[in-house]
Design a protein around this ligand. Sequence first.
Ligand code: GLC
Ligand code: CA
Length: 548
Amino acid sequence: MKRTRWYKDGVFYQIWPRSFKDGNGDGMGDLYGVYEKLDYLKSLGVDGIWFSPLYPSPCADCGYDISDYYNIAEEFGGMEAFRKVLDGAHERGMKVIMDLVVNHTSDEHEWFQKSRRRIEPYTDYYIWRPKRPDGKLPNNWDSMFEGKAWQWDDVRQEYYLHLFAIKQPDLNMDNPLVRQEVVKILRFWLDMGIDGFREDVITFISKREGLPDASIPAMRGIFHYNLGPRLHEFLTQFRKEAFSDYDCVTIAESALITPEKALEFISEGEENELDMVIQFQCMCADCLFTDFVPMPFSLYRLKNAFSSWQEKLDGKAWNMLYLENHDHPRIISRYGSEQFRIQSGKMLCAMYLFQKGTPFIYQGQEIGMINWRAESVSQYEDVQTINHCPHWPEDKRLRLYHRASRDNARTPVQWDSTEHAGFTTGTPWFTVNPNYREINVAAAEADPDSLLHFYRKAIKLRKELSAVRFGKYKEYFRLSGTFYVYAMESPSQRVLVICSFSSEAKYFRAPRGYDLAKGKLVLSNYGSSLRNNGFTSMPYETRVYVFE
Ligand code: GLC
Ligand code: CA
């Protein structure tokens, strides 16, 4: 199948279904709710939807623990509701991509139930190890979510590996039968008409031979099991046996990946293993590798991350651009300012939407939803959060969770100022952020200066500006501690994006070769006044100029 790479012209919207919109009043977001909101999504100007998992799941990790790969959970409306949404999206010219979670399944998946009873052919579908004579665990790896990476199973009388929660046993991808299952799953959904996959923690699927101990304690987790030896082989097989028959997109979640490493997977060619990676460097301007090790925000780290991906992939591979998803706290609370919520939200929008790549917007980001301050630890739902330092005193845990928890991004979308933010007519499954009376879609629709309208305008502009799609990225004033300034430059058009990350007034002077008076100011969050080919910036000011 000829690959058109349609995704290069698109902007995606991510739906985390439990909290998007409840359509049947049971308090849980679902596909009826999504169907109601398709026109809203279309009105944003987005070209596609990425759904976080919709499959049946016991929800130990909010759907990332799948118990049936060939169905849609009843609570989301089942297969019928899904087909309706799929058709509805396609009718409106929007693509639909699904989450592919095959590093692990739920322990309630039939494969695991059979594997633990040694029923063929499932015996080696998972990674089992016997008890060691010295009584130690099979190796010293840590899991991401729940203690050590090994869990004893009474039925099989062996340990199984779980890189995430205990209820998420890792599949044994070295087993060719398991890879055949993956191919079957891919083809099933692609045949149904979906347009691609976001591949969950896909860089973990190949484990090091013999599962050796990690020598350095800090390396017992992710550093040790990421990017295993057969990863290329497995991804190539998925490309050959499934993806290459469809004009689809593949986007790989890739923790700790660098642009250099990413190029091994996404360098463009007819058979490239993957189309884009979800890198984490852009999420590490205020933390060390994970949100749970906070650091002060550094504009240099942020600029470095964005610039290095723009520069190193240019002409070779395609970027996936994002500032939020269901795994990270809200971006205004991190890189912007809750005090200057609208202005910093607009600045962050312009900051990433004019770079080269395919942007993703996460539900609620477009109205500037911010972090949620739980009053007690017991309000948290997320398995990663509640297992993080469980022995710390409550106030210390709360402080960290306020800053780092994924639940910050998982509170229901705030649609209007009525009870439960218009998310549900029933009792919401999860706390609604009490700020919904002020922050909601209806209020944003009614206000011409809202962040929502700014997103619409920015998305539309992005599509009109050929330099964003075809130009070359160039960063200016790398050493500035206030401004992030870049341009997309092509022979016929230059787009200059100016972003202040400061709440203080600072003078900005245009880079050499740019005469602001001659440019067209196409997007801004304050005024347009100029002084000496520059201006004194307002808090979190942003301006986008076009030169033709
Ligand atoms: C990915 C998902 C995350 C999930 C984890 C385990 O990182 O985005 O939500 O908890 O994988 O599946
Ligand atoms: Ca529902």
